[in-house]
Design a protein around this ligand. Structure first.
Ligand code: ASP
Length: 358
């Protein structure tokens, strides 16, 4: 998808007119008006990239691309590929933690606001860049989602090379998990038992990962990408929210873009990212929209095993940006940071939240 000029509609004109009068430069560059003359509006938005905590490098890359006139989705995919490449990120691409059989299965989705087109892959094995494959599904087919063997065949057809994505570190963590899983299987449990998971492993099981990156480019177009190795040690074939349009990612050029990380099942059951964008469409700020959907997710998660000490025992995080470039993030539980770049370098920001962690 190359760079494209956004078509201007009457509503855009009215919005920019109001902003020019108000002197606002949020999401829009307005040239200095000559006294008495109408402000000259240039079709150029201040680009913004918002991402999960692991998105420092990704947001920087995305902004670099869109500042040079690049397209929002090209930028989003180029950004997340940095994490897909990084063996230290155990939640995405190469180095991602495997499923319970030791196989890395990746999920990814992309969506382009201007065309409202989307592409996604689920349970894709041996291919390091599921984000790129998802983008090709969008660009080169009239379908949205390919999974498993079919997704792999599709990637091969487009020249992607197969490789073993299981790093030594990921294999060791998986082996540790297998040996500690149960007292009643064939493996000796080297440590106490599963109730006493060492913090090192608990971190991977409880915190997950995933990268979501949403970008507003200088043409005012929105694009987003979510890519993940999914929940650690998942059931083979399990697919979470990340490759499901509306759950792990949703982009609508009229309202905004949103994506999620965290317990995918909760987002699947509530069409969460779609809902965040809808809430922005109803006038909420990105942060308020994210908080509202956190509330909705909690309300719909009443089963006992999802609660501990009277607060949810799981987390979801939403990252959102609206058409003006306002951004926000919220989580169910406190302690989440997200990354953002609005042209002044990438930085960490604290997310809003519903419950203090206990
Ligand atoms: N949302 C991802 C999934 O459920 C996991 C994560 O973000 O930690 O697959």
């Amino acid at each position: 998808m190359g760079t494209s000029i956004r078509k201007w509609r009457r509503r855009d004109f009215l919005r920019t007119g109001v902003q020019a009068v108000a002197g606002s430069v949020i999401g829009l560059k307005v040239s200095t008006p000559v006294l008495g003359a109408p402000a000259i509006i240039t079709n150029s938005f201040t680009p913004v990239a918002i991402s999960s905590r692991n998105g420092m490098a990704a947001t920087a890359k995305a902004i670099e691309i869109v500042e040079n006139g690049g397209d929002c989705l090209d930028a989003a995919v180029a950004g997340v590929k940095i994490q897909e490449d990084d063996p230290e990120d155990t939640s995405v691409g190469y180095g991602g933690l495997p499923n319970e059989r030791g196989v890395v299965q990746l999920d990814a989705s992309v969506m382009h606001g201007e065309t409202h087109r989307a592409g996604a892959v689920g349970a894709l094995e041996n291919i390091r860049y599921p984000s790129e494959v998802a983008k090709l599904v969008m660009e080169r087919t009239n379908r949205v989602l390919l999974v498993g063997k079919g997704a792999l065949e599709f990637a091969r057809m487009y020249g992607f090379k197969e490789e073993n994505l299981l790093t030594e570190r990921a294999r060791e963590l998986w082996q540790y998990w297998i040996e500690n899983r149960s007292k009643f299987d064939d493996y000796m449990t080297p440590k106490e038992d599963i109730e006493n998971i060492p913090p090192q492993l608990r971190h991977y099981i409880e915190n997950g990962g995933t990268i979501n990156l949403n970008v507003l480019d200088t043409h005012g177009n929105l694009g987003g990408c979510t890519t993940t190795s999914g929940l650690s040690f998942k059931i083979p074939g399990r697919v979470g929210d990340s490759p499901i349009i509306g759950a792990g990612l949703y982009v609508d050029n009229e309202f905004g873009a949103a994506g999620s990380t965290g317990r995918g099942e909760a987002n699947l059951q509530t069409c969460a990212s779609f809902l965040v964008v809808e809430e922005m469409g109803r006038g909420k700020s990105p942060t308020d929209a994210c908080i509202e959907v956190c509330r909705r997710v909690v309300e719909r998660s009443k089963v006992e095993y999802l609660w501990r000490n009277d607060i949810p025992a799981f987390n979801v995080n939403f990252y959102a940006i609206n058409t003006k470039g306002d951004f926000g993030c919220a989580s169910i539980l406190s302690g989440t940071e997200f990354t953002v770049n609005d042209g002044n370098g990438s930085r960490y920001v604290d997310a809003a939240y519903l419950y203090e962690r206990k």
